[in-house]
Ligand binder design. Structure first.
Ligand code: RBF
Length: 171
């Protein structure tokens, strides 16, 4: 049955562009490491599945999700990948810290995307508790790292295709 909301983890692989010639950055936050490492596994394996070369995937770690935009900026400056995927897990606590972190990361990544003209993917779980995070890092709601990778491939391929010389029609 069709559902209004769906998990992109169950995507049609045939519709994903070939990533053989694309380059990627992955930035992984160390806070809630069991979750973020599961996101990373799903993300990395998905890039490889669609043709990305290991040498074209640059991975770094940052202390927490708040540092994702800064890490992404550094990685972009050094390696100039076609897209940068940021993976983190912010779990709501007793105080409002999660709101500041989530807002800062979202704004930071949008700013980077608009400033560079490249995609900086928001692969950050923002959950009420650890179980919700596990459910989205290889559990019953799929793996959001997989989804971030698919989105990164689509956006990197979009940029590649838009900047490719127009095919001549006719002669
Ligand atoms: N980073 C995360 O990635 N996920 C969290 O759930 C998280 N919770 C935090 C809670 C508090 C009270 C603080 C102070 C930091 C937390 N951080 C978390 C770390 C944050 O992203 C960042 O690494 C540090 O604040 C240092 O800038």
């Amino acid at each position: 049955m069709a559902s209004a909301s769906h998990s992109l983890s169950e995507y049609d692989a045939a519709t994903v562009p070939d990533a053989t010639d694309l380059t990627f950055g992955i930035v992984v936050a160390e806070w809630n490491a069991p979750i973020t490492h599961a996101l990373y596994e799903g993300c990395y394996d998905t890039l490889i599945k669609h043709g990305a070369q290991p040498a074209n995937i640059h991975v770094i770690q940052v202390p927490g999700s708040f540092e994702l935009p800064a890490g992404a900026r550094m990685l972009h400056g050094q390696k100039n990948p076609d897209a940068v995927i940021c993976l983190g897990c912010v779990i709501r606590g007793e105080t409002s810290h999660h709101e500041y972190i989530n807002q800062a990361v979202a704004h930071g990544l949008v700013n980077l995307s608009l400033a560079t003209g490249k995609a900086f993917l928001f692969g950050v779980l923002t959950t009420d508790n650890e179980q919700q995070a596990r459910d989205r890092a290889g559990g019953k709601h799929g793996n959001k790292g997989v989804e971030a990778a698919v989105a990164a491939i689509r956006m990197a391929a979009l940029k590649r295709d838009l900047s490719a010389p127009k095919k001549k029609i006719g002669f």
